[in-house]
Design a protein around this ligand. Structure first.
Ligand code: IWH
Length: 700
């Protein structure tokens, strides 16, 4: 009887190991989840009835260890070396030349190239096929014993199954080395769940993996979606391997997951091509890679080259340009937009990242800031993907010492000092003071911009100067300026003052759509302005239009109609229009505007919409985008320009966008893009200031 049970248990364990491998390692399940579950259930029951038959390598025993008080230290039988970094293709060439000089001229060379996973190096020791110890690298000589945690990782084999090894019995001792990491997709899912529970998200997959592996309670580790890629053999007994490539094939046969992106390459030029190719492809991978490891394949050649210090001469790490760095959050500044939106931005200790020095980074809004629990004085992770504006990802909470101060959202506008109003159902804070100088600078800048009145020489700096000098209080005041008033101001000699006044004067005769664009009505970019101009032919007629009338115009949605009406309801706005007229600005067209002369703000851009938008349905958003020359498609790909995200995004669109680095914009940003406004919100920024960063500092 017990003999039968013993046999059945062994059979079940073998099957479960195999199905587990198919499911987790090969991503190719051999049976249904229910079937797998039934086998596990049967095994658990048999083991419960016969506890004497439980062995540590049983699949039922992955989790179960009690929390540890601390990690034991373990000495690595063979040191875990580190790699020499190469930051350019030339440095990789130089590495090869050095290696060649140490070898006989006719030594044939082959290379194995492996994406360098940004995870945590681990050494897994198997004795007679059973996992007995897992250790972190530590300082390379002594690491920490994380056996209980490693056991919870489904792709860490608890035993080396005999039937997978063609060699027969498993070797007496085998130390497999690899990288524990968290797949990007799993990381994003986990972070979303953490945030939903009100827990702080992890900064990146590497931190998440490291934090999970260093948990003293393996039950917590068990809940984290960790994976293992095996890439080498350390100390071993009873086996003979002759090359890196052979080692990888061997590890695969034993049931380890080996990254399928690893290649053996004979031609060194192709090795370099692989490095470049993966650097470009890095965003499309489901794991974070920070470089490519290049190894000379033959162990005999490796031995001849040897190790200097702590790094082998037979390998090199080609490092991709960094995208993340840590620095200190010194302060949070507040930027006031044209519409009065208050946007926080991070003031950072300067840090080099991807070839530029970063001093400021965008923070989306105060809610986002609170969600990330960023505190002044925090060490923070900053990230820069492609040429996108740097973002503050998360604080490094482990580095807090109690001196960090939470950030309070402003109660007053930092520029004009008026109380701030939170807009209903919106996350943004607004300064609603129409006379706020910060907004005025932005409005003047917008009025003069290329897509509106196109006034040469009137950019953000000059706008700020005129406002600061107190010589304009609205855009209409521009038309009352004299050369004498400008001459002598900072940077203005006679000639430049004349040029500016001339440019302003010339703009008096612009077509009506440019005037309408320049007003900066919410949701009215140049395209909508053109529709309005050709429909009404004069600002006076537009001013008299009712909301219903506006809505009836093709391509004008209810929201835009409402916002247009709201704009003209404000006395101040009507007064400015009257003033413009008085100063000789032409507010009517003789000829209807010609469609061709109007730039379509979203021309050529492809959008994907996900989540619930604050103020429109997806259909409305689609119409809005299409009305401005953009296209809306159903799924995210490399050719997607923007993902429009609403509340509760998630699912594949969101994760794919993150993976591919597609910029994500909110509804307000989309409206700003359409209106041709600078957005202060990151990737969608159309500001003429190439840094895309807040400019408030220059104003005050
Ligand atoms: C109920 N899964 O972890 C249940 N199909 O070979 C059992 C197992 C799993 C889920 C749900 C999601 C996941 C499936 C297999 C193997 C290992 C494993 C399988």
């Amino acid at each position: 009887m017990t003999e039968d049970v013993r046999e059945r248990i062994e059979r079940l364990r073998g099957l479960i190991h195999y199905y587990n491998y198919r499911y987790h390692a090969l991503d190719d399940p051999a049976v249904s989840d229910a079937e797998y579950d039934a086998l596990m259930h049967e095994l658990r029951q048999l083991e419960q009835a016969h506890p004497e038959l439980i062995t540590p390598d049983s699949p039922t025993q992955r989790v179960g260890a009690e929390p540890l008080a601390e990690f034991q230290r373990v000495r690595h039988p063979h040191p875990m070396t580190s790699l020499t970094d190469a930051f350019s293709v030339d440095e990789v060439r130089a590495w090869l030349e050095r290696a060649k000089r140490l070898l006989a001229a006719d030594t044939p060379l082959r290379f194995v190239v492996e994406p360098k996973i940004d995870g945590l190096a681990v050494a897994l020791t198997y004795e007679n096929g059973a996992l007995v110890r897992a250790a972190t690298r530590g300082d390379g000589t002594v690491g920490e014993d994380i056996t209980a945690n490693a056991r919870t990782i489904p792709t860490v084999p608890l035993r080396i199954p005999v039937h997978h090894a063609t060699e027969g019995d498993p070797p007496p001792v085998l130390e497999a080395r690899g990288e524990i990491y968290m797949p990007r997709s799993a990381f994003e899912r986990m972070n979303a769940e953490r945030e939903a529970r009100g827990e702080a998200p992890f900064a990146n997959p590497r931190n998440a993996a490291a934090g999970s592996v260093r948990q003293l309670d393996p039950r917590i580790t068990a809940q984290r979606p960790l994976q293992l890629f095996a890439y080498g053999v350390g100390y071993s007994e009873g086996i003979r391997l002759d090359s890196q490539w052979e080692t990888l094939q061997y590890l695969k046969r034993l049931g380890f997951v080996v990254n399928s992106d690893i290649q053996r390459i004979d031609d060194f030029e192709q090795v370099l091509a692989y490095c470049i190719e993966w650097m470009d492809k890095r965003d499309a991978l489901d794991y974070e890679a920070d470089g490519v490891v290049i190894k000379i394949d033959s162990f005999a050649v490796q031995q001849r080259l040897g190790v200097v210090g702590n790094a082998p001469r037979w390998a090199v790490a080609f490092k991709f340009p960094a995208r993340e760095a840590t620095t200190t959050l010194r302060d949070v500044g507040v930027n006031v937009g044209r519409t009065g939106v208050l946007t926080p931005y991070a003031i950072l200790d300067p840090v080099r990242l991807g070839g530029v020095v970063i001093r400021q980074a965008s923070l989306h809004n105060f809610q986002d800031l609170a969600r990330k629990d960023l505190r002044i004085g925090d060490t923070v992770v900053v990230r820069r993907a492609g040429d996108v504006i740097p973002q503050v990802v998360a604080p490094v909470e482990g580095l807090r010492d109690g001196t960090q101060v939470p950030v309070e959202p402003p109660t007053h506008c930092p520029v004009c000092g008026e109380p701030v109003t939170p807009e209903e159902e919106e996350v943004a804070l607004y300064c609603v003071n129409a006379a706020c100088p910060a907004q005025l600078v932005r409005r003047v800048e917008h009025w003069a911009s290329r897509g509106a009145m196109d006034i040469d020489g009137l950019g953000s700096k000059v706008a700020a100067l005129l406002v600061r000098e107190g010589i304009i209080h609205d855009v209409a005041d521009l038309y009352a300026l004299t050369v004498e008033q400008i001459e002598g101001l900072e940077g203005f000699a006679r000639k430049r003052a004349e040029n500016l006044i001339n440019a302003i004067a010339t703009s008096r005769d612009r077509p009506l759509w440019r005037v309408v664009t320049g007003l900066g009505i919410l949701g009215v970019g140049s395209r909508v302005a053109q529709i309005l101009a050709s429909h009404y032919r004069s600002l006076e007629a537009l001013l008299a239009a009712t909301e219903d009338e506006l809505q009836a115009i093709p391509n004008i949605g209810p929201h835009t109609a409402h916002d247009i009406r709201a704009y003209f309801e404000r006395e101040r706005n009507v007064a400015i229009i009257a003033k413009l007229r008085a100063h000789g600005v032409r507010l009517a067209d003789e000829e209807p505007a010609v469609a061709e002369e109007v730039p379509q703000p979203l021309e050529g851009l492809t959008f994907v919409i996900t989540g619930t938008l604050p103020s429109m349905s997806r259909e409305e958003a689609t119409r809005l985008i299409e009305a401005h020359g953009g296209r809306v498609v159903g799924s995210v790909s490399k050719t997607t320009d923007y993902v429009l995200v609403g509340d509760k995004p998630g699912g594949t669109k969101f994760t794919r966008a993150q993976r591919l680095g597609v910029p994500m914009v909110e509804e307000a940003t989309l409206r700003a893009m359409i209106a041709g406004e600078a957005t202060d919100r990151g990737a969608a920024d159309t500001d003429d200031d190439a840094s895309g960063l807040p400019q408030q500092g220059r104003l005050i």
